[in-house]
Structure formats: C-alpha cells, structure tokens
Design a binder for this molecule. Structure first.
Ligand code: FAD
Length: 369
C-alpha cells in the first residue's frame, strides 16, 4: 500500500501545478486541456512518439488526481485518454494509433464512451445496438444512454452487436464512430447534478471498415480493460478530496460548539479518504498495460466511491444545517456533492458487482446474495 508519491511523481505534479497557476480565470475547460496537452501532461504514460512521455500508469494517476483536485475536467480527460485512448493504444491499428493518439494526448481531440443502453448497463452484453455489414464498412443503428461529455467529443468508442450471440460474450464489436456523421443525434438526458448525460441515437450511420477496434465480433473481452482505470476510482477519489477540503475549511470556521463535537467525525472521513487513496494507488500498481488485478480494482472502486459518498452524506446531514458559508461557495459545492454522490453506486461498474468480485476471494460456500 502506498500513501505518498515518489520524488519524480512529486516533480511531475509540481510541474502541473505550476502550469495551472498560470491559467487565467476565464480559460475554458477545453482550452485548459489543450494547454496541458501542449506540455505533454495529459497522457504521460503514452509512448513519447505518440504525445506521451514514456512514464508509468501510476505517474498518469498522480496527474489525474491533481487535475480533479484543481477542478480541471478530469472525467472528460479520464474517458478520453484512458478508456478510449488506451484501448486504441493497445488494440487499435497502426493507422488509428498514429492519427488519433497524438491529438488525444495533445488535448485536441476528445472521445466519449458509448457502451450503456437503457436495458444494458451492468450487463453490457445485453445491448440492442447493431452494426450491419455495408460494403467495406458497417451501418450502425441503436440508442446509447448516460454518456458524459459527448457534446465535447468528436469521436466515440461504441459497442454494437455484429452477429447474433452464440454465447454471452460473442458477437459484439467496438467501433470508433465519428459523432458528426449523418444519422447521429445527440440529445440531453436528465441528471440530478453536473453536466447532463447524453443520449446518442444512431440511425443507420455509415461507419468505415477501418473504424473497427480489435477483432470483429470479439470486442467484448476488451471492455473491462477499457473501463479499468475508471474503476480504480480516481474520479471518486478527487471528489472525496475536494469535498473533504471544503468540509474541513468550513468546520474550522464554526463556533467552538459544534466544531469540537465534529472533530472525531471529520477525522473518520479523513481516514476513509486516505485509505481510499492508498487502495487506488495499490490497484494502479497492479496494472501492466491493460492487464490489472480485477480484485484490487474492485477494492479501489468501492473504497473510493464509498469514501466520497461518506463525505457527501456527512456534509448533507451534519454540516449543511449549521454552515456559515462566509464566502458563499461552500453551500452550492456541498449541495452539488450531495446530489452527485448517489450516482457512484452504479457509475463505472455498480458497487454490487465489485462486491461480487470480492466475494470470490473467500469461497465459503453458498451464494453471495
Ligand atoms: C455518472 C455516470 C456516468 C456514466 N457515464 C457513462 C458513459 O460515459 N458511457 C456509458 O456507456 N455509460 C455511462 N454510464 C452508465 C453506467 O455504466 C451504468 O449506469 C452502470 O453500468 C449501471 O447500469 P444501470 O444504470 O443500467 O443499472 P443496472 O445494471 O440496472 O443496475 C441497477 C442495480 O442492480 C444491481 N445489479 C445489476 N446487475 C447485478 C448483478 N448481476 N448482481 C448484483 N447486483 C446487480 C446494480 O448493482 C444496481 O444497484 C454512466 C453512469 C453514471 C451514473
């Protein structure tokens, strides 16, 4: 278990901090990403020839963590660089790698992940979207749900059924889809807090043959790795850290009563967040390319999600009712946390499914539920 960054990671994060300190207040999220890309900080674990720095995944994790803490668009970055970019890096064609990865690492191309459908969330084999062969390419038809940052993205990694399923994991292919192609409709979907989800509808959208990622009909086994880094919980961890910092600042400003009564409760939250951080870095340390220890990843996802939820829940029930909020920022920030945190129960792989994986570690007989 690791609790601290090593010297080279500390230097990398300091370089990131130094750059962020130069940002004007008005710099938008896409420009922020482009600036980080100009300095090769978005994908340090990519090969140097593809816009990275040949660094480790743990180094990249340290960057992701700090981006979230500093309020940069960490989730859009995570989906683009990690989920989509690393799938291209490890399973894409030479042409896909050469044309897309430098733009992704440079912060000039964002990508979204279109896997879930209304009736296929936890079970991503249950999708109804199809891709029918059409000349040298395919025609994509279906409706994808709950995607984030699709409105910022030019391309998406999309799963589709390319032949009827003979067995559960067979017959699904992955495509890089141009979101500006004719027949693509992107519409907002309700979300309690934060950027709305998007529904993406494909109406016989033409997809080129060279847009296939990985082998045809055998795309499903690539998915756990594609979403693996998301499952290490760094996006939850950064929220936990940010929300805890707000909680601590505001508790310090309270009068002695109730401040002293809160001390042990805030210490408990601090402990939970520190533990989550160690668990997330431990999971990162198990990764080798796209291979990773799925049990360590399940622990990380659960620990980080539960830590963030604990901070938000405590803020909502204990702190918000007595908050002074002298500069007017804490109440909206903590209300947003209270609204966002429940999503962590299902996003990026439901908590129940992570528990299922952990249950396999202690075969005590009987069934889990
Ligand atoms: C914030 C957020 C961002 C997202 N971003 C994206 C995105 O960018 N792209 C994308 O494709 N999707 C995205 N999703 C969708 C997400 O992947 C799904 O919500 C998730 O996979 C769960 O699917 P579901 O919502 O259909 O819930 P369901 O699968 O219906 O699950 C509902 C409940 O049943 C439980 N359950 C289901 N199956 C089992 C089982 N076998 N054993 C035990 N319990 C089970 C779950 O734990 C859960 O509590 C996002 C979701 C959220 C909340």
């Amino acid at each position: 278990m690791r609790f601290t960054l090593d010297d080279s990671q500390t230097a990398l994060v300091a370089e990131l901090d130094h750059l962020i300190d130069t940002f004007d207040d008005g710099l938008g999220p896409l420009d922020q990403l482009a600036r980080l890309g100009d300095h090769r900080l978005l994908a340090v674990h990519y090969p140097a020839g593809l816009g990275g720095r040949d660094r480790t995944l743990a180094d990249h994790a340290a960057i992701c963590e700090r981006m979230g803490e500093r309020g940069l668009p960490d989730v859009a970055h995570l989906i683009t660089v990690q989920a989509v970019g690393c799938t291209i890096l490890h399973h894409g064609t030479e042409h896909q790698r050469a044309t897309l990865l430098p733009r992704i690492a440079g912060g000039r191309l964002l990508a979204s992940l279109l896997l879930s459908e209304k009736d296929a969330g936890s079970d991503l084999t249950g999708i109804a979207t199809t891709a029918e062969p059409d000349g040298d390419g395919w025609r994509l038809t279906g409706v994808k749900s709950w995607s984030l940052f699709t409105e910022w993205s030019s391309i998406a990694l999309c799963s589709a059924r390319t032949r009827p399923r003979e067995h559960r994991y067979d017959g699904i292919s992955l495509f890089l889809v141009d979101l500006a192609a004719p027949g693509v409709t992107i519409s907002p979907e309700f979300r309690a807090s934060g950027t709305p989800y998007r529904t993406v509808t494909f109406d016989a959208v033409p997809v080129r043959g060279d847009a296939l990622v990985g082998p045809p009909h055998r795309g499903f086994p690539l998915l756990p790795a594609a979403i693996g880094f998301e499952r290490m919980g760094f996006d939850y961890l950064t929220r936990a850290v940010r929300w805890l910092a707000t909680v601590e600042r505001e508790v310090r400003r309270l009068p002695a009563d109730p401040r002293s009564a809160f001390a042990s409760q805030v210490a408990r939250l601090r402990f939970q967040v520190a533990n989550a951080r160690a668990t997330a870095y431990h999971a990162v340390g198990t990764a080798d390319g796209l291979d990773m220890d799925e049990i360590a990843v399940a622990y990380a996802k659960l620990t980080c999600g539960l830590a963030a939820q604990a901070v938000a829940r405590w803020a909502g029930t204990e702190l918000l009712p007595v908050l002074r909020d002298e500069d007017g920022t804490a109440v909206p920030a903590l209300r947003a946390a209270v609204a966002e945190a429940p999503e962590f129960t299902v996003s990026g792989g439901a908590q129940d499914l992570q528990l299922d994986l952990i249950a396999n570690e202690f075969p005590i007989g009987g069934t889990f539920r």
